[in-house]
Ligand binder design. Structure first.
Ligand SMILES: C[S@@+](CC[C@H](N)C(=O)[O-])C[C@H]1O[C@@H](n2cnc3c(N)ncnc32)[C@H](O)[C@@H]1O
Length: 388
């Protein structure tokens, strides 16, 4: 397995602030620790499961565990797993703290960089009265302090800046220098499946700081790219970032559960790593809204980790760690959902719904390993798509 790609390789843009020597060292250390916990310590969980936890269970019960819940019940008593789990959580928190140290020092500069410009390529539309969904405000998802929506000052961009660097760290650079692995994967899918698509409208749902939206705009240069999120500080930063990169994206603060776009507006509605953060009721509303705003023949594309169905209980248990350890309360719920039924309920024809594992960006490799650009060391993404 390749090591993490250090922060020095992250793309520079006009909205990002520079860490000083000590801050950078701290960020890289936290990222490297996180990598160690994944690459070298995580496999030990399987060893202890097979060598002592499973045999003890079988001896006691006369059978193997039949669900991830049973596996968790056993594993959470095991000292190796307890230690690993504590380290996994600690390194997650360390990465945010390391990033915050730089942002705290540069708070004024950060806001100066994101100051609204008179002439812009794209646009930013905020709604101060938006009802923020409780599934987003009630927890600091993936332990990001303050979450996506907290604001301390008017014009606040802190959450966006924290997310930009923090996600590079958490994903260990694997999503690429521009942290745009989801966006580029969506485009690769669109180009492969609809090679004639050029002009038209694309909507990025749950765009965060526009990592995916910018990729869509860069790789589909003749299309009009729209992007929505509920977090105002995310969107302010996203807008400043996209403008500084010379890319036109129309950002709007909207909940995907109740979009303000007219029916039949978009050719594609895409999301990357958004569904797993929503309540089941929220997902149901969003799938229905995605269908409404799609043109007839338009396609909804959601990119996630694979569903649990068909996976053995141990693998489900390890994949489900985030539900309990990483403030991702809906992670497991999404991965248990019948997504086909959900799309059908929203009005899609059953035959037009697909679930598949897809390699992302074939041209450059889904994983933008700077040293070995051709390699694809991580598994493909799970694509949940439906055509209207
Ligand atoms: C993990 S981030 C998505 C990452 C992003 N798509 C990318 O490609 O980098 C999830 C985002 O979904 C947003 N979100 C959550 N619920 C939403 C909703 N109902 N409507 C719009 N955005 C939402 C959150 O605010 C957050 O910024």
């Amino acid at each position: 397995m390749n090591g993490p790609t250090p922060f020095e390789r992250m793309n520079r843009h006009g909205a990002i602030v520079d860490a000083n020597h000590d801050e950078l060292a701290m960020e890289n250390f936290a990222q490297a620790m996180h990598f160690e916990v994944f690459a070298h310590l995580m496999p030990g969980n399987k060893d202890v499961y097979e060598r002592r936890v499973l045999p003890a269970f079988e001896k006691r019960e006369g059978r193997t565990p039949d669900s991830r819940r049973e596996v968790r019940g056993e594993m959470r008593e095991d000292p190796y797993h307890q230690t690993w789990s504590a380290l996994r959580r600690t390194t997650q928190e360390m990465m945010w703290v390391a990033t915050d140290t730089c942002l705290h020092r540069t708070y004024d500069e950060l806001h100066e960089r994101a100051r609204p410009q008179k002439k812009t390529l794209g646009s930013l539309s905020l709604d101060a009265n938006l009802d923020l969904p409780r599934y987003i405000t009630a927890v600091d998802i993936h332990c990001m302090p303050g979450g996506y929506c907290s604001e301390a000052t008017s014009g606040d961009v802190y959450a966006g800046a924290l997310y930009d660097r923090g996600v590079y760290s958490i994903t260990q650079g694997f999503l690429g220098p521009k942290v745009d692995g989801f966006g580029r994967s969506a485009t690769a899918y669109i180009k492969r499946t609809y090679p004639n698509f050029r002009t038209g409208k694309v909507l990025d749902v749950g765009c965060a700081v526009g990592h995916g939206s910018v990729a869509l705009a860069e790789t589909l240069p003749e299309a009009e790219i729209h992007a929505i999120d509920v977090g105002a500080p995310m969107l302010r930063y996203a807008h400043a970032r996209a403008e500084s990169m010379g890319v036109a994206v129309h950002f709007a603060q909207q909940s995907a559960e109740h979009m303000t776009y007219d029916d039949n507006t978009f050719d594609f509605v895409v999301s990357g790593a958004t569904l797993h953060e929503l309540s089941t009721a929220g997902i149901r509303n969003i799938i229905r809204e995605c269908r409404r705003v799609l043109k007839p023949g338009g396609v909804m594309i959601h990119i996630e980790q694979p569903q649990y169905e068909g996976m053995d209980p141990y693998d489900q248990f390890m994949r489900d760690w985030d539900t309990f350890g990483n403030n991702e309360p809906f992670w497991g719920t999404l991965h248990d959902l019948d997504l086909e039924a959900l799309a059908v309920e929203a009005g899609f024809q059953r035959d037009n719904v697909q679930q598949s594992m897809e390699w992302g960006d074939e041209e450059r490799g889904q994983v933008y390993n700077v040293d070995k650009p051709g390699e694809k060391p991580t598994p493909p993404w799970f694509f949940y798509t439906a055509t209207k």
